[in-house]
Design a protein around this ligand. Sequence first.
Ligand code: ZN
Length: 49
Amino acid sequence: MKAQRITVSLTCTECQSRNYPITKRREQKLEMKKFCKTCGKHTLHRDAK
Ligand SMILES: [Zn+2]
């Protein structure tokens, strides 16, 4: 019984840059504050497919 993990990118919600590749469980929803170097500040990032 292995948890199925997928690779997604955390995407800046302000400029849509894909900044942080991560692995997560498929059903997991991720939202976190991360530094976006395109925006030059911390912004909310979401997982994208
Ligand atoms: Zn950004």
